[in-house]
Design a protein. Structure first.
Length: 127
């Protein structure tokens, strides 16, 4: 199998997938706010080495499925930087109110541990 080209000095990345439940009464609101994500939030995502970020919605189950590629070398440190941004915390407070975590004991995106979004295992990948 051919290797994908990676620019010199750049981490080839690790794919991460997560799920959470969207409260059904907020489906349209969630889509609306994501059509206009705040620029400060988008900048922080990029600054924290997150690329190819997508969120999908299954209306029959209410599940949101997020996937992204992390291309940095210190995931925990980058997530701390993300949590330190006041605009990101404000965004999370708003979006968390539209969601139900699937992680026992999770309190919010800001609290960090346990995670608000549930990571899911990758069982197949074909580049």
């Amino acid at each position: 199998m051919a290797q994908l080209w990676t620019p010199p000095g750049r981490n080839p990345g690790r794919r991460i997938a997560q799920i959470i439940k969207l409260k059904p009464e907020f489906a349209e609101k969630y889509k609306q706010v994501h059509r206009a994500v705040w620029p400060e939030v988008l900048k922080q995502i990029e600054d924290c080495n997150i690329h190819d970020y997508s969120i999908f919605h299954d209306p029959s189950t209410g599940i949101l499925f997020a996937s992204f590629k992390y291309v940095g070398s210190d995931y925990e440190g980058d997530m701390e930087k993300m949590r330190a941004n006041p605009k990101v915390r404000e965004w999370w407070k708003m979006t968390d109110s539209l969601q139900e975590s699937l992680v026992p004991g999770a309190k919010s995106s800001e609290s960090g541990n346990p995670s608000w979004w549930k990571e899911v295992e990758e069982v197949f990948y074909s580049p």
